[in-house]
Write a protein that binds this ligand. Sequence first.
Ligand SMILES: *[C@@H]1O[C@H](CO)[C@@H](O)[C@H](O)[C@H]1NC(C)=O
Ligand SMILES: *[C@@H]1O[C@H](CO)[C@@H](O)[C@H](O)[C@H]1NC(C)=O
Ligand SMILES: *[C@@H]1O[C@H](CO)[C@@H](O)[C@H](O)[C@H]1NC(C)=O
Length: 462
Amino acid sequence: MKSFDIITLTMLTLAVGAVNADMGNWKDLYTERGKDAFVNKMKEPYIKYQNEEKNPLRSPSVRSFINKLKASNKKKMYPVMLVTALLGAQLEAKLDRKSVPYFYCKKKSKWELIWVNIEDFLPFIIDCWEDNIKLKYDAVTHVYSPAAEGVQVRVRTGIENIRFIDPSGLLKSLTGEYNTIINALESIGYQQNKNLIAAPYDWRVGADSYYLPNGIFHNLKKMIEGAYANNSNTPVVCVAESLGNPVLTLFLNTYVSEAWKAKYIKSYIALAGVFAGAGQTVAGVLSPILDGLPDFIDPNIIRTLARSFGSIAWLFPNAKYWKDYVFLSTPTRNYTASDIGALLEQQSLHGVYEMYLNNKDLTTLQAPNVTVYCWHGIGVKTPNIFQYDSDNFDQKPKVIEVDGDGRVPLPSLQVCRRWKDEQSQPVSYRSLPGVTHVGILSNERVVLDILSVATGGQPFSD
Ligand SMILES: *[C@@H]1O[C@H](CO)[C@@H](O)[C@H](O)[C@H]1NC(C)=O
Ligand SMILES: *[C@@H]1O[C@H](CO)[C@@H](O)[C@H](O)[C@H]1NC(C)=O
Ligand SMILES: *[C@@H]1O[C@H](CO)[C@@H](O)[C@H](O)[C@H]1NC(C)=O
């Protein structure tokens, strides 16, 4: 443990000084009143977002469809499994640490939320949070584990915990959350843990760990088989968002057999799939840029964490798919997806490089051979190309935006379109103008169509 030395004291004073300018008396910071002031400050950018948010369940067309389904006693109800996004599952940690990096960090705790608990972003506390949520990687065993000793982390399971990642509701714009879809399904009679199943997973780890004996794929398979059995042998409708799509596609393409899929999977609803990666992931490990994260979080902390998460390395753009597309440029070089490995080595990012090597061939762009409904936003500016003034990647690059859903560039979202020609099972594909990566989960058409597909119907607008 670092002692309370003069450097720490100076940093404390400087940092508190900066906070002080915005938030009144710094001595209040750790009182309830001080915390409220801090949290209120953090809320500001989100109040606008929340005010603009629409509740599709109030729309007349959704209400009348719900009433029709409720009244019908002949409707089928296929079990529905919801697979979460990047950042999209709540994580909790239990601490029993011998030492901590700063004197103000907790050494012991019961199981407590660490993703997302907005108070973890308080000045200083964020340093403790970084240390607890960071991963280390063993490239031989493919195991991702907490970087610090004495830290255990697990995923909060169950439908209630995938409504919001942030129970305070402040960080709603960060990732897609299933609250609206859960409410819609429950309103027509779906029951949690009976025919409505949550499949959250640790979104920090790389795909190479999914195959481990108690890994994500083992759990997914058991969950789908359980949902099937618990509902009189009825096949399951799987819904996935964002990172959940490469996860589910890889599962369907490599972990289970064709016969297994024919038996257990009714259909697969792919929402905003980041099927072939995105340029932001590479820029995010190289440079202190914030991808849609609130700017009260230090971008250097986010970069450190991104460098420790295998999921980010897995989401680097797929070289076979993007070919000679230039994601990064400096005055002396252009970098395509095939240059990423060499660039990581040149930047001495050995840890990221190892994760990249073990994950880069685990992306399957191949048709999954199940009935697919693939829907995503389009026409939203999406950062995907990063131009640097020099060969120093520590500086912020100029960001070029391309078409996409705000987070995922269009070509990556569109991979599923090719499946129409590659499989005999039906593929329904649709792009939704102006619908964002996060907004898709509360989009009226999407909600209507999920209700229809889950009850054995077709999407409305097909
Ligand atoms: C199936 O039902 C059993 C008994 O109620 C329950 O323990 C199990 O979690 C259920 N499985 C799924 C996947 O819902
Ligand atoms: C899907 O089916 C096609 C034949 O229709 C087959 O060539 C392909 O290998 C199958 N894909 C998987 C993942 O099994
Ligand atoms: C990078 O690509 C752009 C556009 O194709 C080109 O104009 C430029 O000369 C290239 N830069 C280098 C250093 O090769």
